[in-house]
Write a protein that binds this ligand. Structure first.
Ligand code: F6R
Length: 614
């Protein structure tokens, strides 16, 4: 949610920090700040609002220093204000810190510190940490490791989550960073070191990355870094090579990241499939499942857990795996599963889906399933992310960086992976060779089909213009189009702030139909031929209540213009892939409605890209 960037090296820190914050802004954006250290003095600058206001202020400020930390905030404790923005300084000005996460026992720590003469400037839980570290620093006797040791000791008393980057006024050219349930990584340069909560912040400077694990703490100097645990135990350092270029994270001439990412979908789908078909082209294969075919055949049930759009991808996976692999599937919100203590069958396989690989509730659901002895697999986009590392195995989506807060290309890639999984599990059970070959062929053609739907962007824009003034909208679909109805409603509400709901089309009669009127248009996802008449009947029901109807239907289907006000035709594809193809129109529709309503599409209000609090 919040973003962290830090630098120790021989260059001026301020530009590197600001550049990093711009790249992190999509994670959270209600305030931002930087602190540099020069001549045993902190230079601190904080601003409410976007990073741009910080950049403007930095132009006039004196921000010398080759060491610095920066932060973008998404408020949890304390209102959005300059005082509550990070970095926070300790009471006597010895420490400057940026913190992602939540200190759950901050009130008792605050009382402890107040009783010892510390005072506080902000309402945040993070400022407590700066003071607690200062308290331990003043008592520390190990003069050589005083900074590191005082952070270690302070963190022993902290309950909650943190990604931390800390500077000490008395320790020039040094930074201490630590992590617990909040992502943090070190970028290794030549004569310089970086720290960030998200690799996009430092990708332009180095591709040598070390991901910190929970409970680890690191000391960074321009020349070196060392990692230990909070108990000072040594840690094996694993370096990774970043597999994408900084250009992948630029807007490349598109007005918004969201639009760029919608248009990247053909390539993202190709990447999700690359190298993943059997030589006889009748099934999929995955390198990272770490399960034998024998073990996979013993799976009696699959449980999928995720949040938000990734949870919707799980619902599509449920339809596909049940239909093609004949394995019963359940889907749970990760936030519900983690506290629910659901009884699970012993041969249950637990899958989590997460674009970022850092969503806290999804991570907690994964840990809960592991704790109970279940095999856990993950579908993630971010290589080296916490979820990718903590699961027993998994499948990378390879969608490239997704910067727009509203998930688009990651969603369709997740469904693509789920379809391939359904194919793979089906083929080791009772799907025929012929069915498998047709499935693979359809997957192969999918990027082209998606390209053809994207080519309808202008007509979808015109439709969006007609409906952009409405306050409510229903998205309706049956079977595997029900999740796409949910996704259409979610995309629309999150970026355009138009109230919208997704429902199974027939379920509409059991309540939501009360909303239907000329003021509440209905968006039908109805490409399936087998249930076309059922969808047409539902369309008639809402039209007879004067609702305008937009429909996504297969080219040449009976569902033509006589039944609807606005038709978005999509090509005929293998039924397993219809959810992907039908997603494109709802993404474009939401995008253009938001644009006509003048919304800040890449940074919708109150949202953050990666939700690392409960
Ligand atoms: C909506 C959206 C969110 C995410 C959710 C999970 O467009 O992007 O609902 O899908 O926060 O995020 P990940 O997939 O990173 O776990």
């Amino acid at each position: 949610m919040c973003g962290i960037i830090g630098y120790v090296g021989n260059k001026s820190a301020v530009q590197i920090l600001l550049d990093g914050l711009i790249r992190l802004e999509y994670r959270g954006y209600d305030s931002a700040g930087i602190a540099t250290l020069a001549d045993s003095q902190f230079h601190v600058l904080r601003r409410v609002g976007r990073v741009e206001s910080l950049i403007n202020a930095a132009g006039e400020a004196d921000m010398a220093g080759h060491v610095g930390i920066g932060h973008t905030r998404w408020a949890t404790h304390g209102v959005v204000s300059e005082k509550n923005a990070h970095p926070h300084q300790s009471f006597h000005g010895l420490f400057s810190i940026t913190h992602n996460g939540v200190v759950e026992n901050y009130e008792s720590i605050k009382e402890f510190l107040l009783a010892r003469g510390f005072t506080f400037e902000s309402e945040t839980d993070s400022e407590i940490l700066a003071n607690l570290i200062e308290y331990h620093f003043n008592k520390e006797t190990d003069s050589e490791n005083r900074f590191l040791k005082s952070v270690q000791k302070a963190l022993f008393h902290v309950r909650g989550t943190y990604g931390l980057a800390i500077l000490c006024r008395d320790c020039a050219d040094e930074m201490v960073v630590a992590r617990k349930s909040s992502p943090l990584l070190i970028g290794v340069g030549e004569g310089e070191m970086f720290v960030a909560s998200d690799v996009s912040a430092i990708a332009r400077y180095t591709h040598d990355i070390v991901y910190l694990n929970d409970g680890e703490i690191a000391r960074l100097t321009p020349a070196d870094f060392s990692i230990t645990t909070l108990r000072n135990e040594s840690v094996d350092v694993v370096k990774c090579e970043l597999d994408w270029q900084i250009e992948d994270a630029d807007r490349s001439g598109y007005e918004h990241y969201m639009l760029k990412e919608i248009f990247e979908q053909p390539r993202a789908l190709e990447n999700a499939m690359r190298g993943r078909f059997s030589d006889d082209l009748s099934t999929a294969r995955f390198g990272g499942l770490r399960m034998t075919i024998r073990e996979l055949r013993q799976v009696d049930r699959i449980l999928f857990c995720a949040c938000g759009t990734a949870w919707i991808a799980c619902l599509v996976a449920e339809y596909l795996i049940e239909k093609y692999a004949r394995i019963p599937v359940e889907v749970e919100y990760a936030s519900e599963f983690r506290y629910k203590n659901s009884p699970l069958d012993k041969n249950t396989l637990v899958f989590v889906i997460s674009q970022s690989g850092e969503t806290l509730d999804t991570m907690a659901a994964l840990q809960e399933a592991k704790r109970k002895g279940f095999r856990t697999l993950a579908i993630t986009n971010v290589v080296g992310s916490t979820i990718a590392r903590e699961s027993d195995g998994g499948i990378y989506q390879h969608s490239g960086p997704e910067i727009g807060v509203a998930s688009t290309k990651a969603f369709t890639a997740q469904i693509c992976v789920a379809a391939m999984l359904a194919l793979y599990l089906g083929r080791i059970r009772d799907m025929s060779f012929e069915e498998g070959v047709l499935f693979v062929q359809a997957l192969h053609d999918l990027p082209n089909v998606v390209e053809r739907v994207l080519a309808q962007k202008d007509s979808i824009e015109k439709i969006a213009e007609k409906y952009a003034h409405h306050n409510d909208m229903l998205f309706l679909g049956r079977q595997e189009m029900f999740p796409i109805a949910l996704e259409g409603a979610l995309k629309l509400k999150e970026i355009s702030y138009m109230h919208s709901e997704g429902y199974p089309a027939a379920e509409m009669k059991h309540g939501p139909i009360a909303l239907v009127s000329e003021k509440c248009p209905c968006f039908f996802l109805a490409p399936q031929r087998s249930i076309l008449q059922k969808n047409i009947a539902n369309i008639q029901e809402v039209r007879s209540r004067r609702a305008k109807v937009i429909a996504v239907a297969t080219v040449g289907s009976e569902l033509g213009e006589k039944f609807v006000d606005d038709l978005i035709p999509i090509p005929e594809v293998h039924p397993a892939l219809q959810p992907i193809v039908a997603t494109i129109p709802v993404q474009l529709f939401a995008y253009y409605v938001a644009k006509f309503r003048g919304c800040d599409i890449d940074k919708p209000r109150n949202l953050a890209k990666s939700v690392t609090v409960e």
